[in-house]
Ligand binder design. Structure first.
Ligand SMILES: *Cc1c(COP(=O)(O)O)cnc(C)c1O
Length: 451
């Protein structure tokens, strides 16, 4: 059975169930696999004939066997990945993979939906219930709320800043009801975050089994390996053909999943880690010095505004290094190996805007700001390594353009089409704000009375 260690190495190894239900390790490190199983190139090649769900099963069973029975895993995948994934050839060797066709039109649907069902499965075995607390600046809240909606052993409470999110983002959380409660705060995202952090540290609330569902949870990361295998299998012509992945990166969960996939022997030539003006990672790769950015810089690709990515701890771990949650390096990773597999470029807001315009002009297709950062970084890579031009590439489109209508209209004068998933939400009735919160005590009272 594969066990999981903390990236801070100050707490005992645990099984997958414990890692998932705990979320973060007690020593504030992140859980990481002790061993990564390989898949033979011939088997990976044969994925071309399998559906997304079948590939998901073949990949996840390698990691999770002895932790989740086969039939239970099949059910989890069947119920979680019940939406589309897309792939389009843009240039002769360059593909765009659309991870934006899930219920909240964000790639976070993949990890969050599988995690929700894995948690529900483990809770039913333990006969326990939990409450997930999440603060959101917009997108994560919707993906988490939708993913955990109607789970019978899990309640979800999402805090959001009333005045700082779009109507559509709010409706993704407030129209669900049942086990999902969304609370609007007169304040900023930081105020939401502060309330949640206080709640986690509050001894009086410990009876409730509070948990979180962000990408520090290894149960959200492992399922994200699936779309690397899927997209790869759709474009290659022979086993062992290598490809380049361009990954729009914020908290580095997506990239970490890609590296895990490559350790499972998915043939990857290079990862292009595309970041916005929060450039702490490319700076680290070129200088060996890590300086977190605090507060993070506000950019167009807002879901990538992260100045000290949590999952860097996992990337360091994968290359033999160690970095703690404050961004202090305790042991350097093998820089030579790290740089051989990952190259990172920072893309400015200006270049992001130019890319959206240029992409529309060339291909008559709309790309949204996060995907545009990925596409722009790939172009820089292509220009710098022109001898590699024959190698195929896959860039991930992580959200739907309809989530950023104002920006897109101002750039290309075209209104992005609203996908069905968002259309449905638009016309749904919202549940009223359940309480007014002015201080932490109001929230605590609510948690106590709500249960
Ligand atoms: C969260 C998010 C990202 C960044 O992904 P990480 O795994 O945090 O690096 C990129 N694009 C969108 C649309 C997101 O929501």
């Amino acid at each position: 059975m594969i066990k999981f260690h903390s990236t801070n190495y100050n707490t005992p190894d645990v099984d997958f169930k414990t890692a998932v239900l705990k979320g973060q390790a007690l020593d504030k490190g992140l859980y990481m696999l002790n061993k990564i199983p390989a898949i033979e190139h011939q088997e990976i090649f044969s994925f071309k004939d399998l559906s997304l769900q079948e590939i998901a099963f073949q990949v996840l069973i390698k990691i999770l066997k002895e932790q989740i029975p086969e039939q239970a895993l099949r059910n989890i995948i069947h119920n979680a990945l019940n939406f589309e994934i897309g792939l389009k050839k843009i240039e002769k060797f360059d593909y765009l993979c659309y991870l934006s066709k899930g219920p909240t039109c964000s790639f976070k649907d993949f990890g969050a939906r599988v995690l929700a069902r894995i948690m529900e499965y483990f809770l039913s075995i333990e006969d326990k219930e939990i409450i997930i607390l999440t603060a959101t600046s917009g997108d994560t809240g919707g993906a988490v709320a939708q993913a955990f909606h109607e789970m019978s052993r899990i309640k979800v409470v999402v805090l959001y800043p009333k005045e700082e999110i779009s109507e559509l983002q709010r409706k993704q959380m407030t129209t669900l009801g049942k086990n999902v409660t969304a609370i609007g705060i007169n304040g900023k995202f930081d105020d939401c975050q502060k309330i949640i952090k206080t709640a986690f540290a509050d001894k009086d609330l410990q009876v409730y089994n509070l948990s979180s569902a962000n990408s520090i949870n290894i149960g959200r990361l492992i399922p994200q390996t699936i779309y690397y295998f899927w997209s790869y299998s759709r474009i290659i012509e022979r086993p062992n053909e290598k490809v380049v992945f361009s990954v729009p990166s914020g908290n580095f969960g997506n990239l970490t999943a890609g590296i895990i996939a490559s350790r499972m022997e998915l043939p990857v030539d290079k990862f292009v880690s595309a970041v916005n003006e929060n450039d702490e990672f490319p700076k680290f790769l070129s200088s060996g010095i890590y300086t977190k950015i605090e507060p993070s810089r506000n950019c167009l690709s807002s879901a990538m505004n992260v100045g000290n990515p949590s999952n860097l701890a996992r990337i360091f771990d994968l290359y033999g290094g160690q970095i703690d949650e404050n961004g202090t390096i305790l042991k350097n990773p093998n820089m030579e190996k790290l740089k051989a597999s990952i190259i990172s470029y920072s893309v400015s807001d200006n270049l992001t805007r130019e890319t959206i315009i240029d992409f529309y002009r060339r291909y008559k297709k709309i790309i949204e700001p996060h995907g545009a950062v990925g596409w722009a970084a790939l172009q820089i890579y292509r220009n710098n390594y022109s001898s590699q031009k024959q190698i195929k590439s896959i860039t991930f489109e992580t959200a739907d353009p309809a989530k950023f209508p104002d920006e897109i209209i101002s750039l290309i004068k075209v209104k992005p089409k609203l996908p069905n998933a968002l259309k449905i939400i638009q016309n749904k009735k919202e549940f009223p704000n359940p309480i007014d919160i002015t201080e932490y005590e109001d929230f605590k009272l609510f948690i106590n009375n709500y249960l």
